[in-house]
Design a protein around this ligand. Sequence first.
Ligand code: G
Ligand code: G
Ligand code: MN
Ligand code: NA
Length: 256
Amino acid sequence: RQTARELRQAVSNGELFLEYQPVVELQSGRLQGVEALVRWNHPSRGLVMPDDFIPLAEETGLIVGIGRWVLHTALQQLAQWRRLLPADRKFLLRVNLAASELQSMDLVDFVRGSLRKTGAEPGELVLEITESALLSGGDVETYSLRSLQALGVGLEIDDFGTGYSSISYLHRLPVDTVKVDRSLISDMADDDGQLRFVAAVHNLIRAAGMDAVFEGIETAKQARQLQEMGCCCGQGYYFSRPLPAVQVTDLLREGR
Ligand code: G
Ligand code: G
Ligand code: MN
Ligand code: NA
């Protein structure tokens, strides 16, 4: 088990790195963008995945520094990809935001500063926030969300369907898109009831004025079913695992 001291050093020692998982447009098969996912290259234990250190980072408050490193590093990478892409090509960078990052008073200033320094447009950035973080929001969180929206940054509910998923909140939350949790689609391919349920969830999201991204797509059949529902975008091992930045660069060079 990792200690707080090790995790604190991980940031300053440069032991964290990012991978990027493609988000694919289901109709065209092209990349709509990528989600940045942090990993820890531990000096003795080797690769440590976020599920094994993000909870500790949240408990200790280290998540704020880690989150800023992630955001700035990913935006710098986006600026490099931007140089390869035609000016009119839409390409979105998704970054996960932990609940406690939203509570930080200067989050919005940091995001604004990081966008300016890297030259990224606010509309190229989407921040993924879990339902529970969105719903537990106090004044600071609400202020942060409204300010980020005013800045032009996209906001997305992450892991939709795993928290309370209160339908009454869906159309009131200040978010633009919904990332539906992979547990919702896992049985869809061989369960008609589940397939109808997923279609209903998609309709609900559309009725709330938002777009849905489905994650955890592992088979061609799931991808086709979601495409036939008219879903915009998806993410999952069927399309690609999380990749090192250079491999995303290769995909973009190939015109994907
Ligand atoms: O990369 P992987 O699929 O193992 O990610 C597991 C979990 O860790 C996911 O829920 C993801 O949201 C979270 N996670 C990955 N990178 C980050 C990050 O940079 N910040 C935060 N807050 N969570 C992350
Ligand atoms: O919670 P969040 O959506 O941020 O986390 C994304 C996590 O989901 C990452 O850990 C990523 O490795 C994982 N993931 C991405 N695609 C798939 C998939 O198709 N199947 C499964 N089981 N996990 C996936
Ligand atoms: Mn996510
Ligand atoms: Na998710």
